[in-house]
Design a protein around this ligand. Structure first.
Ligand code: GLA
Length: 360
Protein backbone atom coordinates (compact mmCIF):
# COMPACT_ATOMS: atom_id res chain seq x y z
CA UNK A 1 0.00 0.00 0.00
CA UNK A 2 1.35 3.42 -0.87
CA UNK A 3 1.72 5.77 2.07
CA UNK A 4 -0.28 8.95 2.03
CA UNK A 5 -1.38 11.67 4.39
CA UNK A 6 -4.86 12.97 4.27
CA UNK A 7 -6.48 15.77 6.15
CA UNK A 8 -9.55 14.83 8.13
CA UNK A 9 -11.84 17.11 10.08
CA UNK A 10 -10.88 19.51 12.90
CA UNK A 11 -7.24 19.82 11.92
CA UNK A 12 -6.40 16.21 12.79
CA UNK A 13 -4.36 14.50 10.11
CA UNK A 14 -3.07 11.01 9.47
CA UNK A 15 0.27 9.84 8.05
CA UNK A 16 0.87 6.20 7.34
CA UNK A 17 3.67 4.00 6.03
CA UNK A 18 3.72 0.22 5.49
CA UNK A 19 6.16 -2.42 6.73
CA UNK A 20 7.74 -4.83 4.24
CA UNK A 21 8.72 -8.40 3.62
CA UNK A 22 11.90 -8.89 1.66
CA UNK A 23 11.55 -11.74 -0.87
CA UNK A 24 15.25 -12.00 -1.71
CA UNK A 25 18.41 -9.85 -1.65
CA UNK A 26 19.37 -9.83 2.03
CA UNK A 27 22.28 -7.77 3.36
CA UNK A 28 22.96 -6.57 -0.16
CA UNK A 29 21.63 -2.99 0.07
CA UNK A 30 24.47 -1.49 2.13
CA UNK A 31 26.88 -3.25 -0.19
CA UNK A 32 25.44 -1.42 -3.21
CA UNK A 33 23.59 -4.45 -4.64
CA UNK A 34 19.83 -4.73 -5.30
CA UNK A 35 16.99 -6.02 -3.12
CA UNK A 36 13.54 -7.38 -3.97
CA UNK A 37 10.93 -6.65 -1.26
CA UNK A 38 7.15 -6.24 -1.16
CA UNK A 39 5.20 -3.73 0.97
CA UNK A 40 2.80 -5.25 3.53
CA UNK A 41 -0.77 -4.26 4.25
CA UNK A 42 0.36 -3.63 7.83
CA UNK A 43 1.43 -0.10 8.63
CA UNK A 44 2.48 2.54 11.12
CA UNK A 45 -0.14 5.24 11.43
CA UNK A 46 0.41 8.63 13.10
CA UNK A 47 -2.63 10.72 13.95
CA UNK A 48 -1.40 14.25 14.59
CA UNK A 49 -1.94 17.98 14.68
CA UNK A 50 0.72 20.41 13.50
CA UNK A 51 2.06 22.63 16.29
CA UNK A 52 2.96 26.29 16.15
CA UNK A 53 6.32 25.65 17.86
CA UNK A 54 9.14 23.15 17.31
CA UNK A 55 8.03 20.47 19.77
CA UNK A 56 7.25 16.88 18.90
CA UNK A 57 4.94 15.19 21.44
CA UNK A 58 3.79 11.65 20.68
CA UNK A 59 2.09 8.84 22.54
CA UNK A 60 2.27 5.21 21.49
CA UNK A 61 -0.85 3.06 21.41
CA UNK A 62 1.20 0.24 22.93
CA UNK A 63 1.39 0.93 26.62
CA UNK A 64 4.85 -0.55 27.11
CA UNK A 65 6.21 2.36 25.04
CA UNK A 66 6.34 5.57 27.12
CA UNK A 67 5.30 8.94 25.58
CA UNK A 68 8.07 11.05 24.06
CA UNK A 69 8.75 14.75 23.71
CA UNK A 70 11.63 16.75 22.22
CA UNK A 71 12.46 19.89 20.27
CA UNK A 72 13.24 19.80 16.57
CA UNK A 73 16.77 20.87 15.64
CA UNK A 74 19.88 19.77 13.77
CA UNK A 75 21.33 17.93 16.82
CA UNK A 76 18.63 16.13 18.75
CA UNK A 77 19.99 14.19 21.73
CA UNK A 78 19.11 10.48 21.59
CA UNK A 79 17.42 8.64 24.42
CA UNK A 80 19.60 5.89 25.81
CA UNK A 81 18.57 2.29 25.11
CA UNK A 82 16.54 1.01 22.21
CA UNK A 83 13.52 3.25 22.56
CA UNK A 84 10.95 3.79 19.82
CA UNK A 85 11.32 7.55 20.22
CA UNK A 86 14.77 7.45 18.65
CA UNK A 87 13.23 6.50 15.29
CA UNK A 88 11.01 9.60 15.55
CA UNK A 89 14.07 11.70 16.46
CA UNK A 90 15.97 10.18 13.53
CA UNK A 91 13.38 11.48 11.06
CA UNK A 92 13.14 14.89 12.75
CA UNK A 93 16.90 15.46 12.87
CA UNK A 94 17.61 14.64 9.23
CA UNK A 95 14.66 16.74 8.06
CA UNK A 96 15.82 19.65 10.23
CA UNK A 97 19.31 19.34 8.73
CA UNK A 98 18.43 18.80 5.11
CA UNK A 99 14.87 19.96 4.51
CA UNK A 100 14.72 22.88 6.95
CA UNK A 101 11.72 21.79 9.04
CA UNK A 102 11.08 23.83 12.18
CA UNK A 103 7.47 23.10 13.22
CA UNK A 104 6.52 20.07 15.31
CA UNK A 105 3.50 17.81 15.73
CA UNK A 106 1.52 16.24 18.55
CA UNK A 107 -0.48 13.07 18.40
CA UNK A 108 -0.33 9.30 18.67
CA UNK A 109 1.31 6.36 16.94
CA UNK A 110 -0.30 3.02 16.20
CA UNK A 111 1.55 0.14 14.51
CA UNK A 112 -0.08 -2.90 12.97
CA UNK A 113 3.39 -4.08 11.87
CA UNK A 114 4.72 -6.45 14.56
CA UNK A 115 7.64 -4.79 16.37
CA UNK A 116 11.19 -6.23 16.04
CA UNK A 117 9.94 -9.02 13.76
CA UNK A 118 12.17 -8.24 10.76
CA UNK A 119 9.23 -6.61 8.94
CA UNK A 120 10.62 -3.12 9.24
CA UNK A 121 8.26 -1.54 11.76
CA UNK A 122 11.10 0.82 12.66
CA UNK A 123 11.60 2.24 9.17
CA UNK A 124 7.82 2.49 8.75
CA UNK A 125 7.85 4.66 11.89
CA UNK A 126 10.65 6.81 10.47
CA UNK A 127 8.77 7.22 7.17
CA UNK A 128 5.39 7.98 8.79
CA UNK A 129 7.06 10.55 11.08
CA UNK A 130 8.77 12.17 8.10
CA UNK A 131 5.51 12.41 6.15
CA UNK A 132 3.76 14.00 9.14
CA UNK A 133 6.57 16.50 9.74
CA UNK A 134 6.90 17.47 6.08
CA UNK A 135 3.15 18.01 5.91
CA UNK A 136 3.17 20.10 9.11
CA UNK A 137 5.91 22.25 7.56
CA UNK A 138 4.30 22.48 4.09
CA UNK A 139 7.37 20.98 2.47
CA UNK A 140 7.25 18.52 -0.43
CA UNK A 141 10.30 16.41 -1.30
CA UNK A 142 10.83 14.30 -4.38
CA UNK A 143 10.21 10.63 -3.31
CA UNK A 144 13.66 9.22 -4.18
CA UNK A 145 15.32 12.12 -2.37
CA UNK A 146 13.19 11.40 0.68
CA UNK A 147 14.03 7.67 0.52
CA UNK A 148 17.73 8.40 0.40
CA UNK A 149 17.58 11.03 3.11
CA UNK A 150 15.66 8.78 5.51
CA UNK A 151 18.00 5.85 4.91
CA UNK A 152 20.89 8.06 6.02
CA UNK A 153 18.78 9.63 8.77
CA UNK A 154 17.91 6.30 10.36
CA UNK A 155 21.58 5.63 11.10
CA UNK A 156 20.91 8.00 14.03
CA UNK A 157 19.89 4.87 15.99
CA UNK A 158 23.39 3.42 15.54
CA UNK A 159 22.73 0.78 12.87
CA UNK A 160 24.72 1.21 9.67
CA UNK A 161 21.72 0.11 7.57
CA UNK A 162 21.11 0.31 3.83
CA UNK A 163 18.23 1.92 1.96
CA UNK A 164 15.79 -0.95 1.34
CA UNK A 165 13.24 -0.36 4.09
CA UNK A 166 12.63 3.33 3.55
CA UNK A 167 12.44 2.90 -0.24
CA UNK A 168 9.86 0.09 -0.18
CA UNK A 169 7.78 1.82 2.50
CA UNK A 170 7.49 4.93 0.32
CA UNK A 171 7.50 3.23 -3.08
CA UNK A 172 5.57 -0.06 -2.61
CA UNK A 173 2.74 -0.82 -4.99
CA UNK A 174 -0.20 -3.23 -4.43
CA UNK A 175 0.17 -6.58 -6.22
CA UNK A 176 3.84 -5.93 -7.04
CA UNK A 177 7.25 -6.75 -5.69
CA UNK A 178 9.76 -3.95 -6.07
CA UNK A 179 13.26 -4.43 -7.35
CA UNK A 180 15.34 -1.65 -5.84
CA UNK A 181 18.75 -0.73 -7.25
CA UNK A 182 20.96 1.66 -5.31
CA UNK A 183 23.72 2.26 -7.84
CA UNK A 184 24.51 4.36 -9.74
CA UNK A 185 21.38 6.02 -8.30
CA UNK A 186 18.25 4.83 -6.53
CA UNK A 187 15.92 3.12 -9.03
CA UNK A 188 12.62 1.30 -8.36
CA UNK A 189 11.26 -1.34 -10.74
CA UNK A 190 7.82 -2.79 -9.87
CA UNK A 191 7.33 -6.42 -10.93
CA UNK A 192 3.76 -7.89 -10.88
CA UNK A 193 3.41 -10.93 -8.61
CA UNK A 194 1.91 -13.79 -10.68
CA UNK A 195 -1.73 -14.47 -9.73
CA UNK A 196 -1.27 -17.97 -8.23
CA UNK A 197 1.73 -17.09 -6.03
CA UNK A 198 1.32 -16.69 -2.26
CA UNK A 199 4.02 -15.43 0.07
CA UNK A 200 3.46 -16.72 3.61
CA UNK A 201 5.19 -14.88 6.47
CA UNK A 202 5.78 -16.66 9.78
CA UNK A 203 7.08 -15.17 13.02
CA UNK A 204 9.74 -17.04 14.97
CA UNK A 205 8.73 -15.31 18.19
CA UNK A 206 12.35 -14.25 18.78
CA UNK A 207 12.76 -10.47 18.68
CA UNK A 208 15.24 -9.07 16.17
CA UNK A 209 15.79 -5.78 17.98
CA UNK A 210 18.23 -3.98 15.72
CA UNK A 211 18.31 -0.96 18.00
CA UNK A 212 19.75 -3.07 20.82
CA UNK A 213 20.88 -6.72 20.75
CA UNK A 214 21.31 -7.28 17.03
CA UNK A 215 22.99 -3.93 16.38
CA UNK A 216 26.55 -5.09 16.89
CA UNK A 217 25.91 -8.27 14.88
CA UNK A 218 24.61 -6.17 12.01
CA UNK A 219 27.32 -3.50 12.10
CA UNK A 220 30.13 -6.05 12.33
CA UNK A 221 28.89 -7.63 9.10
CA UNK A 222 28.88 -4.24 7.38
CA UNK A 223 32.53 -3.90 8.43
CA UNK A 224 33.50 -7.44 7.45
CA UNK A 225 32.02 -7.01 3.94
CA UNK A 226 34.05 -3.85 3.47
CA UNK A 227 37.24 -5.50 4.67
CA UNK A 228 36.66 -8.49 2.37
CA UNK A 229 36.26 -6.15 -0.59
CA UNK A 230 39.44 -4.26 0.32
CA UNK A 231 41.43 -7.48 0.56
CA UNK A 232 39.99 -8.72 -2.73
CA UNK A 233 40.70 -5.40 -4.51
CA UNK A 234 44.28 -5.27 -3.24
CA UNK A 235 44.97 -8.77 -4.52
CA UNK A 236 43.16 -8.80 -7.86
CA UNK A 237 42.37 -5.30 -9.07
CA UNK A 238 44.68 -2.67 -10.41
CA UNK A 239 43.98 0.99 -9.77
CA UNK A 240 41.66 2.40 -7.14
CA UNK A 241 39.97 -0.14 -4.84
CA UNK A 242 36.25 -0.76 -5.38
CA UNK A 243 34.00 1.46 -3.31
CA UNK A 244 31.31 -1.22 -3.06
CA UNK A 245 30.11 -4.53 -4.52
CA UNK A 246 28.17 -2.77 -7.28
CA UNK A 247 31.41 -1.35 -8.61
CA UNK A 248 33.03 -4.77 -8.25
CA UNK A 249 30.22 -6.27 -10.37
CA UNK A 250 30.88 -3.67 -13.05
CA UNK A 251 34.60 -4.44 -13.12
CA UNK A 252 34.51 -8.22 -12.91
CA UNK A 253 31.82 -10.86 -13.56
CA UNK A 254 30.34 -12.37 -10.35
CA UNK A 255 31.33 -15.97 -11.27
CA UNK A 256 34.93 -14.92 -11.77
CA UNK A 257 34.91 -12.83 -8.58
CA UNK A 258 33.65 -15.85 -6.63
CA UNK A 259 36.34 -18.11 -8.09
CA UNK A 260 39.11 -15.60 -7.32
CA UNK A 261 37.78 -15.07 -3.80
CA UNK A 262 38.09 -18.81 -3.11
CA UNK A 263 41.79 -18.53 -3.98
CA UNK A 264 42.58 -15.45 -1.94
CA UNK A 265 40.15 -14.86 0.95
CA UNK A 266 39.77 -16.98 4.05
CA UNK A 267 37.48 -17.41 7.05
CA UNK A 268 34.85 -14.78 7.72
CA UNK A 269 35.98 -12.59 4.82
CA UNK A 270 35.47 -15.39 2.30
CA UNK A 271 32.10 -16.29 3.83
CA UNK A 272 30.74 -12.73 3.82
CA UNK A 273 32.06 -12.05 0.29
CA UNK A 274 30.52 -15.27 -1.02
CA UNK A 275 27.11 -14.41 0.45
CA UNK A 276 27.00 -10.85 -0.87
CA UNK A 277 28.15 -11.65 -4.41
CA UNK A 278 25.94 -14.74 -4.79
CA UNK A 279 22.92 -13.01 -3.24
CA UNK A 280 23.27 -10.18 -5.75
CA UNK A 281 23.14 -12.75 -8.57
CA UNK A 282 20.08 -14.37 -7.00
CA UNK A 283 18.17 -11.07 -7.11
CA UNK A 284 18.67 -10.87 -10.88
CA UNK A 285 17.61 -14.49 -11.32
CA UNK A 286 14.61 -14.11 -8.97
CA UNK A 287 13.34 -11.06 -10.84
CA UNK A 288 13.56 -12.98 -14.12
CA UNK A 289 11.81 -16.00 -12.55
CA UNK A 290 8.96 -13.84 -11.28
CA UNK A 291 8.51 -12.17 -14.66
CA UNK A 292 8.44 -15.64 -16.29
CA UNK A 293 5.99 -17.01 -13.67
CA UNK A 294 8.57 -19.69 -12.81
CA UNK A 295 7.71 -20.41 -9.17
CA UNK A 296 9.99 -23.48 -9.01
CA UNK A 297 13.08 -21.41 -9.81
CA UNK A 298 12.02 -18.62 -7.46
CA UNK A 299 11.61 -21.17 -4.64
CA UNK A 300 15.00 -22.72 -5.35
CA UNK A 301 16.61 -19.27 -5.15
CA UNK A 302 14.91 -18.63 -1.80
CA UNK A 303 16.31 -21.91 -0.46
CA UNK A 304 19.80 -21.02 -1.66
CA UNK A 305 19.47 -17.56 -0.10
CA UNK A 306 18.55 -19.07 3.26
CA UNK A 307 21.44 -21.53 3.17
CA UNK A 308 23.84 -18.69 2.39
CA UNK A 309 22.46 -16.49 5.18
CA UNK A 310 22.69 -19.42 7.60
CA UNK A 311 26.13 -20.77 6.68
CA UNK A 312 28.09 -17.85 5.21
CA UNK A 313 26.44 -14.79 6.72
CA UNK A 314 25.62 -16.45 10.05
CA UNK A 315 22.44 -14.48 10.78
CA UNK A 316 19.95 -17.35 11.09
CA UNK A 317 18.86 -19.16 14.26
CA UNK A 318 17.55 -22.59 15.24
CA UNK A 319 13.97 -21.21 15.32
CA UNK A 320 14.25 -19.66 11.85
CA UNK A 321 15.81 -22.84 10.42
CA UNK A 322 12.98 -24.86 11.91
CA UNK A 323 10.32 -22.56 10.42
CA UNK A 324 11.96 -22.79 6.99
CA UNK A 325 12.04 -26.61 7.20
CA UNK A 326 8.42 -26.73 8.36
CA UNK A 327 7.23 -24.52 5.48
CA UNK A 328 9.12 -26.63 2.94
CA UNK A 329 7.81 -29.84 4.54
CA UNK A 330 4.26 -28.49 4.14
CA UNK A 331 4.71 -27.97 0.41
CA UNK A 332 6.31 -24.51 0.06
CA UNK A 333 8.52 -24.20 -3.02
CA UNK A 334 11.11 -22.38 -0.97
CA UNK A 335 11.47 -20.44 2.27
CA UNK A 336 14.04 -18.19 3.90
CA UNK A 337 14.59 -15.82 6.76
CA UNK A 338 13.59 -12.27 5.85
CA UNK A 339 15.05 -8.98 7.07
CA UNK A 340 18.28 -8.67 8.99
CA UNK A 341 17.96 -12.06 10.73
CA UNK A 342 19.04 -12.68 14.36
CA UNK A 343 15.40 -13.72 15.00
CA UNK A 344 12.35 -12.22 13.32
CA UNK A 345 10.40 -13.80 10.47
CA UNK A 346 10.57 -16.22 7.57
CA UNK A 347 8.88 -15.91 4.18
CA UNK A 348 7.80 -18.90 2.09
CA UNK A 349 6.54 -19.15 -1.48
CA UNK A 350 3.56 -21.44 -2.04
CA UNK A 351 1.10 -21.85 -4.87
CA UNK A 352 -2.52 -20.98 -4.16
CA UNK A 353 -3.58 -24.62 -3.64
CA UNK A 354 -0.90 -25.41 -1.01
CA UNK A 355 -0.75 -21.97 0.68
CA UNK A 356 -3.28 -22.90 3.36
CA UNK A 357 -1.29 -25.99 4.31
CA UNK A 358 1.93 -23.94 4.57
CA UNK A 359 0.20 -21.29 6.65
CA UNK A 360 -1.01 -23.76 9.32
C1 GLA B 1 17.66 -4.34 7.81
C2 GLA B 1 18.21 -3.05 7.23
C3 GLA B 1 18.16 -3.09 5.70
C4 GLA B 1 18.81 -4.36 5.17
C5 GLA B 1 18.28 -5.60 5.89
C6 GLA B 1 19.03 -6.86 5.50
O1 GLA B 1 16.29 -4.45 7.54
O2 GLA B 1 17.46 -1.94 7.70
O3 GLA B 1 18.78 -1.94 5.19
O4 GLA B 1 20.21 -4.29 5.25
O5 GLA B 1 18.37 -5.46 7.29
O6 GLA B 1 18.83 -7.15 4.16
Amino acid sequence: MAPSHDAVNRGVRVAHAPGRVNLIGEHTDYNGLPVFPMALNREVRITYRPRGDGQVLLRNAEERFAPIGFDIGPDIPAETGGTWGNYVRAAAQILAREAGITRGIEGSVLSTVPVAAGLSSSSALVVATALALLDANDIALEPTRLMDLLARGERYVGVQGGGMDQAISLGGRAGHALRIDFRPTLRLTPVPVPPGWRFVVAESGVEAAKASGAREGYNSRVRECREALELFSARWLQGAPCTDYAELARRIAPEEALALAEESLTGIHLMRFRHVVSEGQRVDEAEAAMRAGDAGTFGRLMRASHASLRDDYEVSSAELNRLVATAEGAGALGARLTGAGFGGCTVALALADTAEQVRT
